[in-house]
Design a protein around this ligand. Structure first.
Ligand SMILES: CC(C)(COP(=O)(O)OP(=O)(O)OC[C@H]1O[C@@H](n2cnc3c(N)ncnc32)[C@H](O)[C@@H]1OP(=O)(O)O)[C@@H](O)C(=O)NCCC(=O)NCCS
Length: 102
């Protein structure tokens, strides 16, 4: 993963303390975002927004024109967070598929 994009894990710090992270997976033809997460005590400060902006800057630099992420349908506040930041919802153009390995 880090061989293709060495910035695959972006970390945010607030006053030198770890505050949050996001994983940006790029395999050469498709990009996905995972694990955008901010420690509770650093939330509502704009940390996640800055992490998203940093991820998008990196993706644009390598010519990526779109990327995707998963948000659970029950988590409406998270979906709202992403909608406000320009994300679109399925079903088109993708069909999300999953399989249980239990
Ligand atoms: C979702 C999550 C990443 C958001 O992190 P965050 O750092 O709090 O996000 P931001 O601060 O950038 O934005 C959150 C809200 O705070 C607001 N905000 C930003 N700076 C602010 C400030 N100085 N004062 C008050 N509010 C502020 C933002 O406007 C935003 O509100 P909006 O969505 O209505 O515009 C965080 O809640 C989290 O880690 N959740 C659990 C993990 C999770 O579900 N991750 C998603 C995986 S896909």
């Amino acid at each position: 993963m880090t061989g293709i994009n060495p910035w695959a894990v972006l970390v945010a710090e607030v006053r030198g303390e770890f505050a949050g992270n996001v994983f940006v997976l790029y395999c050469g033809w498709e990009a996905d975002l995972y694990r955008l997460a901010v420690l509770e005590r650093f939330r509502k400060l704009g940390v996640a927004t800055k992490l998203l902006e940093a991820a998008e800057t990196k993706l644009r630099e390598i010519g990526v024109l779109e990327y995707a992420l998963f948000a659970e349908v029950e988590n409406q506040s998270l979906i709202d967070f992403y909608l406000k930041r320009g994300f679109n919802r399925v079903p088109k153009p993708y069909s999300i598929m999953w399989k249980s390995l239990r």
